[in-house]
Unconditional design. Sequence first.
Length: 288
Amino acid sequence: MTNFRVTAAVNSLGFVGHSESLSDPFKIDRHGHTYVPTGDGGIVLNYRVGDSIFALDADHASPGVSVSHPNSDAAYSLVAQSCIGNTAKVRTGAAIGATGVVLGKRGEGCRVLVLFAPEVMKLIRPDDQISIETEGQGLADDQMESRIFNISSNLFSALSFKKSGEKKFKIPVRTIFESKYVGNGIGRPMPLWDVDLQVYELPAGVSDIKIGDFVAISNLDARFNAGYRKGWISVGVIVHGASPQPGHGPGVTIFLSGPENEFELLSDPQQHVGLTEATLLALGGKAT
């Protein structure tokens, strides 16, 4: 399925962030009303993979912890090299030794989103050190024009989107969004960013959209800096919840982008199951 080039595994270090605010804590929603944002960054205890993007009255809330680095160059490197499915390990604090897994990334604030079991989450504090075995960038299928990125080789192989000799990636998705729904993140480099979908209610016929769902975006080339390209498909994982801000919304960490003739999208708006918490944490539990 993929090439035999070995991708580099790098032990990287980040620090658990604290949620942040300006001296004026208010933001303005798309209706012109003020609100105090919660759930954006830091350690979110009551939001998990499988929950609806609308489950919390929050702004860009993501399960788990947000991890970055105080040195900006190190932070860029940490986010760019971290991939969905990478193993994370707590190196300091009350949860020392616990393992978790990378769920995705968020460009705003240069953060890696790391998932831990609920009992571990309660022990983690801001500034705890988290090491991430970053691996996955450089993964490729030499038979395809599509580009694979932001996902570990172990996870991509386990998902079995394409068997040897097949000409298309067969990917189950919750639904397919047109690229006109993409807001924050457009024009940004995808190894460092997610893209927000300007979605403020469920599309017709879609039962729910959940953290961990796979979604596709049509007419979007996200191989480098995300931008409109007719006839191209980008596929990613929902990694954070909705936002009241105009131009913002649930976030997608894209991991595959290419011409539409290389995709068979299996849309199931009612019963779709994407990445589950059990699958992700089992993958993270393979840390040594």
